[in-house]
Ligand binder design. Sequence first.
Ligand code: GLU
Length: 326
Amino acid sequence: MMDRRIRKEELKIAIHEAYLRFRECNEGRNADYIPYLANAGSSLFGIAACLPDGEIITAGDCSSVFGIESISKVPTALLVLKDYGSETLLDMIGADATGMPFNSVLAILLENEHPSTPLVNAGAISAVSMVRPVGNSDGKWEAIKENIEKLCGSEVRLIDELYRSESVSNHNNRAIAWLLKSYNRIYDEPEMSLDLYTRQCSLGVTATQLSIMAATIAFGGYNPITHEHVFNSSLTSRITSLMATVGFYEHTGDWMFSCGLPAKSGVGGGIMGVLPGVFGIAAFSPPIDAAGNSVRAQRALHFVMEQLNLHIFNGERAFIVEDEKN
Ligand code: GLU
């Protein structure tokens, strides 16, 4: 495999250009099925990349707090991988894309009663149900939140209004939780699992925090900001495979084909991308497309990946290197 060096300056220019190019893009609409998200500032837009030496390159609104939503499925899947191992995750949840919407009830029926992958709602609720200590809601919440904080290297807080707003409108997810129960695919109390899932989706994060979480995944569990080893390096390939398979809802194939960045998006407008060994990158902007992916964020990440020819399957090994001194 060929090595290719990319100067930090090239990455900075690509990120800033992406920001300038797409900040005026007015396509997409805020998610409206969760009232809190409908009211988020539609013009907010930020891009952040975290490098192996802990340097973070930012453009735009990288300190604005927004709902992590489905991106929370990634850290909780990691927690389950850490606690149970990949074979058990494969057996108890699975790792296949359904090709159906993230909250599909039909997919559970068609997949022969299998939750499919921890990165869609059924599998994510199932994953939450496996978090230890089983049967103890406070203990589980502590474990979920602490894991996210270790991955992003700083505190995260619940957005109460979002949590309330999701809790009164999550009927479809309740149906999923109880359907899983009838198939013995939920491993703790369904209502508790649903509540914890709803809570994890309602955590507030910034694009900078997500870039650090992505970097921790990209660097085999080593958080370049706190210098802590958060998980065993063997799990990077597992979690990145899950992201590459289903992270972009029904558009994951198109996204991987054209952009080549394993990524997970959320209806809050965030996208977190992991390029193993290279960087963690995140972008955020509330207006989303019909599949649930932020329009500005996906354009920006696509642009950066294309500008620097970073497609994960391009047969090269990229390294970000210091700028040459004159
Ligand atoms: N809390 C949302 C739901 O479960 C998350 C959706 C998403 O970001 O994909 O419907």
